[in-house]
Design a protein around this ligand. Structure first.
Ligand code: PBG
Length: 323
């Protein structure tokens, strides 16, 4: 029954037909916008490798959030850039820490915007690793205590959803228990479940000043060649109480998103990370690609692979392009 009976071009004849048979759609409801929050007031410093993205003090982060909400974007994820860093990342649990302040300010101006907080120590430690060190190693179980305290502190400040990105073993269970014990059993956890040790985080680490001062993250983040291991990570995080599971980065791991979709029914988030964003921006600035077209093609590919939610620095642009 091949040609001439079947002509695939029949359904591609015009844009109305194409939209009738379209399998995947992008919607502003799919997006989470990442924001970098630094200490101080009236601060808005552009991140060199991420045009259109800024380090914002809590007051201006709140203004930015009002604009984000007005665009119809449902959620932001906040990353803190504290003034003081130390070996144990103690500013992460400070009730007046940069994130805690930002949450309270954002809630005033955009009460129905979902505030997700990134829970990880690398932005708060002087050595830039995602946990507490013992010698040159990250001490998994000691780190769990701090991550749990950090999560409770964010919840107390008014966070709607906690997103642990540290890749310690057992952290979802520990944080879940900590939140429940502190009276926050209603708050969901979005686990960075399959997070790879990726070169695509480069611009983020410059923005957050969080590159490790020695070694790298490959003893806790996943090895890029592994996909079956991602399924085990996801299964563990779900069994410990994760409500949403994330694959990160997105573009070089579309196969992983697809396999997770086939195996699990939980909502899947994918993080279109800083390096993926910067590549598109740089090529577009050189006039080598059409930014809007390529960015939307990337975002739809992440949806098509099976993600329900996309964390992306394109969220504001995409919201405008789609409206
Ligand atoms: C914190 C964290 C990182 C990112 C999100 N949370 C950096 C890292 O693991 O080094 C990267 C996000 C991006 O590149 O856009 N651990």
């Amino acid at each position: 029954m091949a040609f001439p009976t079947h002509r695939m071009r029949r359904l591609r004849r015009n844009s109305t037909l194409r939209s009738l048979v379209r399998e995947t759609t992008l919607d502003v409801d799919d997006f989470i916008m990442p924001l970098f929050v630094c200490e101080g007031s009236r601060i808005r410093r552009e991140i060199a490798a991420m045009p259109g993205n800024f380090r914002l003090s809590p007051d201006l982060a709140a203004e930015e959030c009002r604009e984000i909400r007005d665009l119809g974007i449902p959620a932001v994820i906040l990353f803190g850039i504290p003034e003081k860093k130390d070996a144990t990342g103690s500013s992460a649990v400070d009730p007046n820490g940069v994130i805690q302040q930002a949450i309270r300010k954002i809630k005033v101006v955009a009460p129905d915007l979902l505030i997700i907080t990134d829970v990880c120590l690398c932005e708060y430690t002087s050595h830039g690793h995602c946990g507490i060190l013992r010698g040159q190693e990250v001490d998994n179980d000691r780190t769990l205590e701090v991550l749990t305290a950090m999560s409770v502190s964010h919840a107390e400040a008014g966070a709607d959803l906690l997103a642990p990105s540290d890749m310690m073993d057992g952290r979802i269970g520990a944080i879940r228990r900590g939140l429940d014990d502190a009276g926050f059993s209603h708050l969901a956890i979005m686990a960075y479940a399959a997070k790879y040790a990726s070169g695509f985080y480069g611009p983020f680490r410059d923005a957050a000043d969080s590159a490790p001062s020695f070694g790298d993250r490959s003893s806790y983040q996943m090895d890029p060649p592994n996909a079956r291991e991602a399924l085990r990570e996801i299964e563990l995080d779900l069994s410990e109480g994760a409500d949403i599971v994330m694959v990160k980065p997105a573009l070089a791991y579309l196969d992983v998103i697809c396999r997770v979709r086939e195996r699990f029914d939980a909502p899947i988030a994918a993080y279109n990370v800083s390096g993926e964003f910067s590549m598109v921006k740089a090529a577009a600035q050189s006039g080598w690609i059409d930014e809007k077209r390529v960015a939307l093609e990337i975002l739809i590919s992440i949806k098509r692979a099976g993600a329900d939610i996309i964390l992306t620095y394109f969220a504001k642009d995409a919201a405008r392009w789609l409206s």
